[in-house]
Structure formats: C-alpha cells, structure tokens
Design a protein around this ligand. Structure first.
Ligand code: ADP
Ligand code: MG
Length: 175
C-alpha cells in the first residue's frame, strides 16, 4: 500500500508540471483505432492536473459520455453544457444517468499504467468500481513517462485493454 501511495504522489507531482496543451497526438492516435471508429457510444474524461487531453475527439459523430461523481459513486452522463463538479472536474449540468451497458468504449485517465494493463488512479477507486463487469473496450491514456514496466496492483484494480501515449499504443499483442 505505501509503495502504491508513494508512486501515486510522485507521478501526480511530475504530471502537474505539464500544461494541458499537446493533446493532438492522443487524439490523432485514438481516431485511427478500429475500436474507436466502430464505437457509437464513447466515454471520455475532462482533463485536470496535467492529464492527457482527449477532448479534441468531441467533434466526432458519436455519442459522448463523461463521468459524474456523487459520493463514492461514479456514473456516465451525456456531454452537454458543462458545469464545475466534484474535484474541480467539469461535468454535464444534465445529470441523467446513461446505461453503462450501452457504452462501447471507455477512455480512462490514470496517474500511471503498466505494460500488463494495470492502472493507478487518484486513489479513490472510482474507475475500479465503475468499470467492474463492463464489457466495453477500456483504453488508458497517459503521457509516455506514466507508462511503466510494472506498477503495484490489487485484485480490485480493473485492467485496461489498451494504453495510448503520445508515442504510440500498447496492447497485449505487441509486447
Ligand atoms: P485507484 O484505482 O484510484 O488508484 P485504488 O485501486 O487504491 O485507487 O482503490 C482505492 C479504494 O477503492 C480501495 O482501497 C478500495 O477500498 C476501493 N475499491 C476499489 N475497487 C472497489 C470495488 N470494486 N468495490 C469496493 N471498493 C473498491
Ligand atoms: Mg485501482
């Protein structure tokens, strides 16, 4: 646990130094993925604290969802008029929940990922609870320095199917 907490702190500090620009590479790479082209309902996140910015996808002809948190729970709502939500993250003002079974692809932020598809978040486990049991394709997005060989993981951590950095993509097949 302390190992996980120390790494989480280090990575958050390192990322904060980055500005939010340069999201174009992530967007360009994601747009070329077959699983993205095929997906109708795509969940993505609004970046904070230097997270990789994928909001450039929002002009595409798809239905976009984004997380809303309430207490310990996280659910998906359609992107629309945005207001400031918990943790300073923009969230839709219309908080009608979208059925997560209908989401084809989830683009997941992270503090660090590893080459086994493990993910570390801010330490509250929102995505682990949300993604549990979901059939949607899960793509972690991060800056290349956040993709490590191995990070500590626990049984409740939900693995990614693919990781995208500005340098390219990682999947189980290409390592
Ligand atoms: P993060 O994924 O944000 O890095 P952790 O994986 O450390 O954070 O999870 C934080 C906490 O969230 C865990 O200690 C656990 O109590 C809780 N948690 C995560 N997944 C679940 C789950 N599926 N059911 C219940 N609690 C969970
Ligand atoms: Mg976790």
């Amino acid at each position: 646990m302390s190992c996980k907490a120390t790494l989480r702190r280090e990575m958050i500090e390192k990322r904060k130094a980055l500005s939010l620009k340069n999201g174009e590479m992530f967007v360009k790479i994601i747009k070329e993925l077959e699983c993205y082209k095929k997906a109708k309902n795509v969940m993505l996140y609004m970046p904070i604290k230097g997270e990789a910015d994928v909001t450039g996808l929002l002009g595409d002809k798809k239905l976009f969802l984004t997380p809303v948190t309430e207490g310990d729970e996280m659910y998906a709502c359609r992107v629309g008029k945005m207001v400031e939500g918990a943790f300073g993250v923009p969230e839709p003002s219309d908080k009608t929940p979208f059925d997560k079974k209908d989401i084809d692809l989830v683009i997941v932020p992270g503090v660090a990922f590893d080459k086994e598809g493990n993910r570390m978040g801010f330490g509250k486990g929102y995505y682990d609870r949300f993604l549990k049991g979901m059939k949607a394709m899960k793509i972690g997005v991060c800056h290349a320095f956040q993709l490590m060989d191995k990070i500590p993981s626990e049984p409740h951590d939900v693995k990614m199917d693919m990781i995208v950095t500005e340098r390219g993509i990682w999947t189980k097949e290409n390592i």
